[in-house]
Design a protein around this ligand. Structure first.
Ligand code: NAD
Length: 467
């Protein structure tokens, strides 16, 4: 029997099936977890549908209060949740602690937003009012890289706007989310928040479900395309936060020693399994050797270990499938460039790969052109910043990007021409709940965070009244 429970219609219930959750640092079974069936998914959607009327008619302040109570309850259990998150996800405890802390902060900030309608016209002829109404039941589909924080990207805005939700975590990282479900059971009216797990077999049913009004999806571009196709059957609203291949362009006037730690940190956080990680570096030929050497020095010094161990900087890859995939990228890096740091898997159990720096590599091979989603960083030499920009933009993705250099105006001009939803200057991977975030091109549709993100969970209604 599993000590974890699904949350359906306000009740914590066993799954119709169970599945093992593996600790990626040890490859041992961490917990037996409930696995939902199609019937349980249908029950969760039905519960969310039944709860919608009551929840959507509550005042925004009442809904806000529930979300804030959840933030408080999560924060009160930061130590316990962070430890569990490290055990199921693999990231170092410091990163897990930050993820839980950010989760509470995102819940609070997003709950503080206001949903404003407006009067478009009010005169002798007519009164036209724009209102924003909730959509109904929202399906929130979550990936395994930030299993808790990404729930806090979606749930508070969906709920604040008056929607009810069904959350589906990724099969390899459901545990901390189910613990949060226990808190939700005490805080929200029955059916407002539901959590269902699967073995990668219920996502399609969720996206095709006729009683779901919107899917808020974060995951790979490949799965995002399936979500989009499946959502078409009922013209569901969709927000897709998908993959990326973020380029960092390092200008000739950048100081390699100054910029290397920021680039390295943004490439290897969460073992490189971050949608907005630096995934390729374009370095000017004048500073190329020095930057490569500096990145290699940082990679050699990095402590790769079980995330629970004191001082661990880089944990294991999250799951076996990703581990095998990243090993394939290592082979590609070996064949198409020179590996100057890392390059080997750790001789121990667990899905560990040392941070790897690849130089003398060009566009046109997998390690540069595809999303590695692991701690391998290719560094490509360029002579002309405009050519670096063209190569950065030649990707089908457009999530993030960055420009590093001393001349602010030159960096800014290049940043404006990057085809990405977010571009940073002299940093990478800085985001917050007050800053709209979304992908260009095949990195997604729609935005999350801030008022713009809240609006995506609403339907505009116009009341047009004769005078
Ligand atoms: P994934 O696409 O494999 O899975 C994501 C979720 O989709 C999981 O819950 C999975 O069970 C579910 N799913 C699987 N098949 C489905 C289907 N047919 N219909 C609906 N749902 C289905 O992604 P992943 O491997 O868990 O996550 C890594 C990817 O996510 C990377 O590409 C990364 O860049 C991306 N990501 C993007 C963002 C962003 O905000 N843009 C954030 C984090 C991760």
């Amino acid at each position: 029997m599993s000590e974890y429970k699904l949350l359906i219609g306000g009740k914590l219930v066993a799954g119709d099936m169970v599945m093992d959750v593996i600790n990626p640092a040890t490859e041992e079974v961490l917990a037996v977890c409930p696995r939902g069936s199609q019937a349980q998914l249908d029950a969760a959607v039905a519960a969310a549908k039944a709860a919608f009327k009551g929840w959507s008619r509550q005042s925004m302040d009442d809904r806000r209060a529930c979300i804030n109570r959840l933030a408080d309850a999560i924060e009160a259990r930061t130590t316990e949740f962070a430890r569990l998150l490290t055990q199921e996800q693999g990231k170092p405890l410091s990163e897990s602690t930050a993820e839980i802390t950010y989760t509470a902060a995102f819940l609070r900030y997003l709950a503080s937003l206001e949903l404003k309608g407006r009067i478009i016209e009010d005169n002798d002829v007519r009164r036209v009012e724009l209102r924003r109404k909730p959509l109904g039941v929202i399906g929130c589909i979550i990936p395994w890289n930030f299993p808790v924080l990404i729930v806090a990207f979606k749930a508070p805005v969906a709920l604040l706007a008056g929607n009810t939700i069904v959350i589906k975590p990724a099969p390899t990282t459901p545990l901390t989310t189910l613990r949060i479900g226990e808190l939700c059971a005490e805080i929200f009216p029955a059916g407002v928040v539901n959590i269902i797990t699967d073995h990668n077999d219920l996502g399609a049913a969720l996206t095709a479900h006729p009683d779901i009004a919107k899917i808020s999806f974060t995951g790979s571009t490949e799965t995002g395309k399936k979500v989009m196709a499946s959502a078409a059957s009922t013209i569901k609203r969709i927000t897709l936060e998908l993959g990326g291949n973020d380029a960092a362009i390092v200008m000739p006037d950048a100081d390699p020693k100054t910029v290397a730690p920021g680039i390295f940190g943004a490439a290897t956080m969460n073992a490189g399994q971050v949608c907005l990680a630096v995934k390729r570096v374009y370095a000017h030929e004048s500073i190329y050797d020095e930057l490569c050497a500096e990145l290699a020095r940082l990679a050699d010094a990095a402590i790769v270990d079980d995330g629970l161990m004191q001082g661990a900087q880089i944990g294991p890859l999250q799951n076996k499938m990703q581990y095998e995939k990243v090993k394939g990228f290592l082979e590609d890096a070996r064949a198409n460039g020179n590996i100057i740091a890392g390059g080997q898997i750790e001789d121990r159990s667990g899905y560990f790969i040392r941070p790897t720096i690849v130089r003398d590599v060009e566009d046109g091979c997998r390690i540069v052109d595809e999303e590695q989603f692991g701690p391998i960083l290719p560094v490509i030499r360029y002579a002309d910043p405009q050519v670096a920009l063209e190569r950065a933009n030649a990707s089908p993705w457009g999530l993030g990007g960055s420009v590093w250099g001393a001349d602010r105006d030159k960096a800014y001009d290049l940043a404006c021409d990057m085809e990405s939803g977010t571009v940073w200057i002299n940093k990478h991977l800085d985001f917050g709940p007050n800053i709209p975030f979304g992908g260009a091109k095949q990195s997604g549709i729609g935005v999350e965070f801030a008022e713009e993100g809240l609006h995506e969970f609403t339907q505009i209604q116009v009341i047009n009244e004769a005078r």
